[in-house]
Design a protein around this ligand. Structure first.
Ligand code: BGC
Length: 754
C-alpha cells in the first residue's frame, strides 16, 4: 500500500481546471455590460477632486450612538450637531447599528433621511453615507420584519431555494427600512460546537456552507445591484474566526495552511465569486496573527489572488485592539498603520474619530502611502456607485407596501418547518393525535427569545418584552392547535435551576403526552460563551423527573449549538432538534408535532454524544480505526421523516474518467411510506487512497426532492473533476489519479480517475 501511495504522489497533477469551488473571478451584479467601466471612471474623477481629509473620512465608520442623544428619554434621537460634526467636519463615510432595540420602519426612514440630508446637501462633494446593519436572520433590527430561522437552521433545510428567498426578502425589508448594506452572510465554518456564534453559520461542511452562502448572496444582491430592492452583502469574518481552540468567542484559532485552504477559505472564495461587495475581517487571530494585521489573507489572497473588487471593513473596534488587546502594535498609531497596510479599507472604529485623526497624521508623515488610501477609498466609492447611492440614497417609500407581506410570512413558516430535524421517533409516536391531553414543560416552552436567539430586535435577543405579540411560542402554538383546555403548562425549571418540578411530574401523570422544551436562553457573541457543552443539570433533572410518569416524552431542543443530551435521549420517545427556528418557530413545531407538516431537515453539524468527543462527519480513517470510536449522537446529514424513502439503482455513467471529464451519478428514490414528503438526497465522495490522510467521506452534492407516497424520482449529480481535488502536502490544490467511491444513502459505486 505504501508503494501505491508513493507512486500516486509522484504523479500528482496540480489542478488547474476551473471548478466550482476553486477558481473563477468575481461575478459582480451589474445590470448592463459596460456599467463597471463607467463606474470606475466616475470613481477616478471623484477621487481626483477629494482632499486627503475627505478620503480618510470615507474610510471611517461610526456607531449611531456617536451621533445620538444619550439621555434615556431621547436615546433614539439623532443629535443634529453631532451628526453635522461627524459628516461635515470628519467626512464620515459610513454609520452602523441601532441604539438599543429595533426601530420601526418610519423611524428608520427619519434616521436615514436626516443622515443623507447632511451628507448630500451640506458637504462639498455630496458623497452619500452608506448605512450598514446586521441582518443575520432577516431584517432583525426593523420592527415587525420577517425574522427567519437562524442560519444554522437555514442550513438544516438543505434547501438552497429557500435560502435565496430569504436573501431576497431580507434585502427588500432592509432596503425598505432605508439601508443599503447588511453585515451577513457569515461564511465561517461551524466546526467548533462550543463557539457561541455557531448558529450564525451554515454548519460544518464546506460544500453546504458554500452552496447556501452563494444562494443567499444571489438572493440579496440579485443580478442588478442597482435595483431599489437590493442591498450589498458583507462576507464575514475573514478568515478562521469560527475555530477557536477553547471554544470561546474571540480567542485564538490554530489552523495550518493546508486546513485553512481545505476548509475555511473555500466558502469565502465562493462568496467572492458570487459577487459579494464587501468583506469583514476576523475579529480574532489565527496562528498568532490577528485578522486585522493579516496582509497575506486580506491583500495577497482576497484582493490579489481572488480579485475581490469591493471593500474590506474591520470588525467592531478591532483596529484599536491590535494595540489594546493583542499587543502586536505598540501604539494606536502603529495599529492603524498595520491594519490599513494589511488591507483594511474601512474602520468600524466605532465610538470616536480616533481612526480619522491617526490615519490623517500617518499619511501626512508619509507612513501610509497615498496609493493605499486611494485604493481603499476607490473601493468604497465604487460600492456606493454600484448601489446607486449617488443617484438616490434616501429611503424608497414605495417598498414599504411589500414589507413583511403575507407571502414572506408563508416562506418563513416553510423555512422554519423545513429547518426542524426529527432525530428520533420511536414507534412513530409522532405525529401526536389532537384529541389528547398534553403537558408542555421546560424553560424554552413559552419564550419567543428561545425560538429566535441573538440578533433579534436587540443584540442579545433575550428581551421577551420587545418581541411581537402576535407570534406564538411553542406553548401558544400547541394551545392554538389542540385547544387550551387540552394543554397543561408547568415550566418545571429555568435554564439553570429547578422550579416547580413536582407540579410538572403531577401534570405529566395526568397527561397523555409530554412536550419537553429544553435548550438555551438567547445570546450573541461573547456573552454566549460556555465552559461545558452538556445541557445544564437543572434541565436534565427536570427531564428525568417527568420521564418516569411513563407518558411519551417529545423532546424539543431550542439551542444555538448542539448541547449534549445523552442522558435524556433514551428516555425520550421522539426528539426534534429545533436549533433556532425563528419567529414562525412556534407554529412550525405545532404543525410538525401534530402532523400538519412532515419534517425534512437534516443536521448541518455532527451532534456530539459527549462533550469531549467532538467529531466532524468528515473524520479521517485514523479517528475510527477500530470501527466504533466515531460515535456522535447523530450524524451530519441525518434526519427522519414521517414517511420512508428507499434508494436504488445507483449508477455512474462512466467507469473511468480523465482529469478534464465530469462523471454523472444517478440514483432512484422512492417514497415507500404513506405520507408525502421531502427527502434530501446527499452525495458523498471518498478518494480511496491518497498521499495524505483524507476524510472517510465528503459531501459533494445534494438535492431536496418532493415525493408523493409510492412515487419514484431519479436524481442526477454531475461531479466535476475539481470536486475530486484536495490540498496536498505542499499546500497546493491537487488531484490524484486513483479509485474514488461515490456514496448515496446506503449505496455506493466506484470509478477510476486516470
Ligand atoms: C460582530 C460582527 C458585527 C459587528 C457589527 C461585531 O461585534 O463580530 O459580526 O457585524 O459587531 O454589529
Amino acid at each position: 500500500m505504501l508503494m501505491q501511495v508513493l507512486n500516486k504522489t509522484r504523479c500528482l497533477i496540480i489542478l488547474c481546471l476551473a471548478s466550482n469551488f476553486l477558481f473563477g473571478f468575481s461575478n459582480r451584479a451589474y445590470a448592463k455590460r459596460g456599467d463597471e467601466k463607467a463606474i470606475d471612471g466616475k470613481v477616478r474623477q471623484l477621487l481626483s477632486k477629494m482632499t486627503l481629509e475627505e478620503k480618510i473620512g470615507q474610510m471611517t465608520q461610526i456607531n449611531i450612538l456617536v451621533v445620538s442623544n444619550k439621555t434615556s428619554s431621547q436615546r433614539n434621537q439623532l443629535n443634529a450637531e453631532k451628526l453635522r460634526e461627524a459628516i461635515v467636519k470628519y467626512h464620515v463615510g459610513s454609520i452602523l447599528n441601532v441604539n438599543d432595540t429595533a426601530y420601526s420602519i418610519n423611524y428608520w426612514h427619519s434616521v436615514i433621511k436626516e443622515i443623507e440630508d447632511v451628507a448630500t446637501k451640506q458637504t462639498r462633494l455630496k458623497i452619500p453615507v452608506i448605512y450598514g446593519i446586521d441582518a443575520i436572520h432577516g431584517a432583525n433590527y426593523t420592527k415587525d420584519a420577517t425574522v427567519f430561522p437562524q442560519p444554522i437552521n437555514m442550513a438544516a433545510t438543505f434547501n438552497p431555494e429557500l435560502v435565496k428567498r430569504e436573501g431576497e426578502i431580507t434585502a427588500l425589508e432592509v432596503r425598505a427600512s432605508g439601508m443599503p448594506w447588511i453585515f451577513y452572510p457569515v461564511m465561517d465554518l461551524g466546526r467548533q460546537p462550543l463557539w457561541p456564534r455557531l448558529y450564525e453559520t451554515f454548519g460544518e461542511d464546506v460544500y453546504l456552507a458554500s452552496t447556501m452562502g452563494k444562494e443567499y448572496i444571489e438572493g440579496v444582491q440579485g443580478n442588478d445591484i442597482g435595483s431599489p430592492d437590493k442591498v450589498a452583502v458583507c462576507l464575514k469574518h475573514f478568515a478562521g474566526y469560527s475555530f477557536p481552540l477553547d471554544g470561546k468567542d474571540r480567542t485564538p484559532a490554530w489552523i495550518p495552511e493546508r486546513m485553512m485552504k481545505e476548509y475555511f477559505l473555500p466558502p469565502f472564495h465562493e462568496g467572492v465569486k458570487a459577487g459579494a461587495m464587501t468583506v469583514m475581517v476576523n475579529s480574532s487571530e489565527v496562528n498568532g496573527i490577528p485578522g486585522h494585521s493579516n496582509y497575506h489573507l486580506l491583500t495577497e489572497v482576497l484582493k490579489n489572488k481572488w480579485k475581490f473588487k469591493g471593500f474590506v471593513v474591520s470588525d467592531w473596534q478591532d483596529i484599536e485592539r491590535l494595540y489594546t488587546r493583542d499587543k502586536v502594535a505598540s501604539s494606536p498609531e502603529e495599529a492603524v498603520k498595520m491594519a490599513v497596510i494589511a488591507g483594511v479599507d474601512m474602520s468600524m472604529v466605532p465610538s470616536d474619530f480616533s481612526f480619522y485623526n491617526i490615519l490623517l497624521k500617518l499619511v501626512k508623515e508619509g507612513q501610509v502611502p497615498m496609493r493605499r488610501i486611494n485604493d481603499a477609498v476607490g473601493r468604497i466609492l465604487k460600492v456606493k456607485y454600484e448601489l446607486g447611492l449617488f443617484d438616490n440614497s434616501y429611503p424608497d417609500e414605495k417598498l414599504e407596501s411589500r414589507f413583511a407581506s403575507p407571502s414572506s410570512e408563508k416562506t418563513n413558516l416553510q423555512a422554519s418547518e423545513e429547518s426542524i430535524t426529527l432525530v428520533k421517533n420511536d414507534g412513530n409516536i409522532l405525529p401526536l393525535k389532537r384529541n389528547i391531553k398534553v403537558l408542555v414543560t421546560g424553560p424554552a416552552a413559552d419564550k419567543l427569545s428561545c425560538l429566535n436567539g441573538g440578533w433579534t430586535i436587540t443584540w442579545q435577543g433575550d428581551d421577551d418584552s420587545v418581541y411581537p405579540k402576535d407570534k406564538p411560542t411553542v406553548l401558544e402554538a400547541i394551545q392554538q392547535k389542540i385547544g387550551e383546555d387540552n394543554v397543561m403548562f408547568i415550566p418545571g425549571a429555568t435554564f439553570d435551576s429547578l422550579l416547580d418540578v413536582n407540579a410538572a411530574v403531577a401534570a405529566a401523570e395526568k397527561a397523555d403526552a409530554v412536550v419537553l422544551c429544553l435548550g438555551e436562553k438567547a445570546y450573541a457573541e461573547t456573552p454566549g460563551n460556555i465552559d461545558d457543552l452538556s445541557l445544564d443539570d437543572a434541565q436534565i433533572k427536570l427531564a428525568r423527573a417527568v420521564m418516569p410518569a411513563g407518558k411519551p416524552v417529545v423532546l424539543v431542543m431550542l439551542e444555538g449549538r448542539p448541547r449534549v443530551i445523552n442522558k435524556i435521549v433514551e428516555g425520550s420517545k421522539a426528539i426534534l432538534i429545533g436549533f433556532l427556528p425563528g419567529m414562525e418557530g412556534g407554529r412550525a413545531f405545532a404543525n410538525i408535532i401534530f402532523g400538519d407538516a412532515n419534517p425534512s431537515a437534516k443536521l448541518p453539524v455532527t451532534y456530539p454524544r459527549f462533550p469531549n468527543a467532538l467529531y466532524h462527519y468528515d473524520y479521517t480513517p485514523m479517528e475510527d480505526e477500530d470501527g466504533n470510536s466515531y460515535n456522535p449522537q447523530w450524524d451530519f446529514g441525518f434526519g427522519l421523516s414521517y414517511t420512508t424513502f428507499n434508494y436504488s439503482d445507483l449508477t455512474l455513467d462512466k467507469g473511468k474518467i480523465n482529469r478534464r471529464e465530469s462523471i454523472t451519478a444517478s440514483v432512484k428514490v422512492t417514497n415507500t411510506g404513506k405520507a408525502a414528503g421531502k427527502e434530501v438526497v446527499q452525495l458523498y465522495i471518498r478518494d480511496l487512497y491518497a498521499s495524505i490522510e483524507l476524510p472517510e467521506k465528503r459531501l459533494e452534492g445534494f438535492d431536496k426532492i418532493f415525493l408523493e407516497p409510492g412515487e419514484t424520482k431519479q436524481v442526477k449529480f454531475v461531479i466535476k473533476p475539481g470536486q475530486l481535488s484536495f490540498i496536498g502536502r505542499d499546500n497546493k490544490r491537487i488531484i490524484e489519479p486513483g479509485k474514488f467511491k461515490v456514496m448515496i444513502s446506503n449505496l455506493s459505486q466506484e470509478f477510476v480517475l486516470e
